[in-house]
Design a protein around this ligand. Sequence first.
Ligand SMILES: Cc1cc2nc3c(=O)[nH]c(=O)nc-3n(C[C@H](O)[C@H](O)[C@H](O)COP(=O)(O)OP(=O)(O)OC[C@H]3O[C@@H](n4cnc5c(N)ncnc54)[C@H](O)[C@@H]3O)c2cc1C
Length: 290
Amino acid sequence: MRYAAPATVDEARALLSDNPGSQVFAGATDLVPQMRSGRPAPSVLVDLKRIERLTAVTHEDGQWTIGAATPAADLTRDAVFTAAFPGLSEGAGLIGSDQIQNRSSLGGNLANASPAADSVPALIANAGQAVIATADGTRTVPASEIVTGPGSTSLAEGEFIVEFTLADPPAGTGDAYLRMIPRTEMDIAIVGAAVRVTVDGDSISDAIVVLGAVAPTAVVVPDAAAALVGASVAGGSIDQSALTALAEAASAACDPIDDKRGTIVYRRQVAGVLAKRAAVIAVERAQNGV
Ligand SMILES: Cc1cc2nc3c(=O)[nH]c(=O)nc-3n(C[C@H](O)[C@H](O)[C@H](O)COP(=O)(O)OP(=O)(O)OC[C@H]3O[C@@H](n4cnc5c(N)ncnc54)[C@H](O)[C@@H]3O)c2cc1C
């Protein structure tokens, strides 16, 4: 096995095309445990963290660009980013421990394709776009289109994610991410819920609800979002009937596994509860900021 540390996207692209069976990595916090547990080692390990563009975070002309290999800690420590996308910052801040967050990236969290990946629901809720290096250029797709199932992605051999782009949220927008883990720390979500809302006056004008860990991929739940749109938030509290409908739609959208960490019935119920709680926090942030 060979290790390569390209300095540019072009160098990485050439390495991948010249060495079939090679694999990119960023923090290696998923890769190393997987290799240690017996997954076949790639011929060349391509380290993306030495490419400046892949660890850069910029905010220009109403758009954030986040290098796909940027450590999660760089995002959670960025007060301006966190004020713009508190739910996404929250998701990144739940990945493992401080040590893990100093290595782990949004690109790795997404491309590893775990249904329980903590940054993914809020990335999708904020309409994140993934810029992908292809054999001869780049293509941009919604982040929601990368993962196709547990451990599988729509990335072709030799493709890798260069960066994510996120448009500035409209005025009056807030998001939140909550997860349920059976232990108090360092565990994998049995349910994750990201909610983003835009509040206009005394009602919700736009919403998106995304669940994690309750199906093979993150699930966007249009019925749950529809339950919120138009709901009154006068006085800072969401109309109760909207919250009930949101919870029912979130529970109904789940297609979870049944294991020792949580039964199907439990996961469904928790999805409804977390979606409601995340919606309450998102509205509070939309009205008052972080
Ligand atoms: C102790 C521990 C606790 C953890 N806790 C959590 C947790 O609470 N929540 C959670 O979501 N995850 C958790 N994880 C998993 C892991 O830390 C995250 O998934 C992390 O975000 C992966 O990022 P990385 O940069 O380390 O990925 P890597 O390990 O570098 O890569 C992971 C996969 O993605 C691919 N990849 C990486 N970057 C790219 C790219 N730019 N383009 C295309 N493919 C790419 C790699 O080829 C590999 O297949 C934990 C891991 C450990 C070891």
